[in-house]
Design a protein around this ligand. Sequence first.
Ligand SMILES: Nc1ncnc2c1ncn2[C@@H]1O[C@H](COP(=O)(O)OP(=O)(O)OP(=O)(O)O)[C@@H](O)[C@H]1O
Length: 369
Amino acid sequence: MIAFEGVTKIYNGTPAVRDLDLVAPTGKLTVLVGPSGCGKTTSLRMVNRLIAPTSGTITLDGEPTHGMKVAQLRRRIGYVIQHAGLFPHRTVAQNVATTARLAGIDRGRARKIALELLERVGLPSALADRYPWQLSGGQQQRVGVARALASDPKFMLMDEPFSAVDPIVRARLQDEFLRLQREIGKTIIMVTHDIDEALKLGDQVAVMRTGGKLAQVASPQALLTRPADSFVADFVGRDRGYRHLGFAGIDDDIVLSKEPAVLLGTPAEAAARSAIDGWVLVADEAGRPLGWVRVAELSGPVRESDLNLSSTFASRGGTMRELLDAALSSPSGRGVVTEDDGVLRGTIGLADLVRTLDERRTSASGRGS
Ligand SMILES: Nc1ncnc2c1ncn2[C@@H]1O[C@H](COP(=O)(O)OP(=O)(O)OP(=O)(O)O)[C@@H](O)[C@H]1O
């Protein structure tokens, strides 16, 4: 656990961080988010003492950092920064091995660790002996993460680690990092100015306001459904009512109807007999849905070109947001749910789904939150 207790940093009489009380729990990812200049980076850098607090205490697992030797402290904390900050004259493998070497590991073993970690963050071993400038921005960021992990630190600080790459690469890096964190369970504080990134990655999200004050610390879902004040509500964004569904799983209280599905090649009359309200679902031989067909438009057996491909399908392990999207995008108005292997499980009509959401909303507000 990393804990800030009454931490303040003042620059030339102006507070950058004011009286910060915050606990980043063990094994969890805490995200610091807020507008530019609100003190996120300053807060982060006070943890590894790149910046000295004006007052207050920061502890690692209960031990105050101000009593530790700086070199020792930094060895215990992995540090990832924007643009990766790699050493330009060292190869990728050497960059990663550096932190292992600093932790006292011999050269051969450090290289082995580096190669293992590169694979773990999704980099082909062929890149190990290249120089950073020979890599794309996304690859450099992965090297930055691998380097921070090479000394197997318990704690990690990450300052805008994914912001220097385009949105598609960023989304992929975020997904990969989430998967990795599920395996390694480090105690992480990450800084970002991007609320969507914060809500996607954070186990808990700390929203800071200009002037270095903490506005709210909560789970992503709680931030979306119960913002503490209008600053947080504005910062979290407009479509929060919809977005919080992205954190709710498709639970067993979602009652699915059996949906008859037909194969490609089914004669029009047989397809019509299976149709509900004029629409029939078409699936492949394995039972995986392909798309909807309006039977009134069939001129013969169901062909691939008859399929309406506009719908998304939600998988059972997915979120309510995916399910709502499946229902909204379905030409039949029935949202398709598959098993995790893609085989059809059933459907739910948009009206029934909205009723369930409404019941959930009523019972949640009934709990007085
Ligand atoms: N070395 C410094 N000397 C004086 N003022 C500083 C110094 N470093 C930061 N500040 C000020 O402290 C405040 C907080 O800065 P900080 O970099 O922590 O913000 P941030 O939330 O990380 O911003 P951004 O999202 O833009 O990176 C800002 O007003 C900044 O101008």
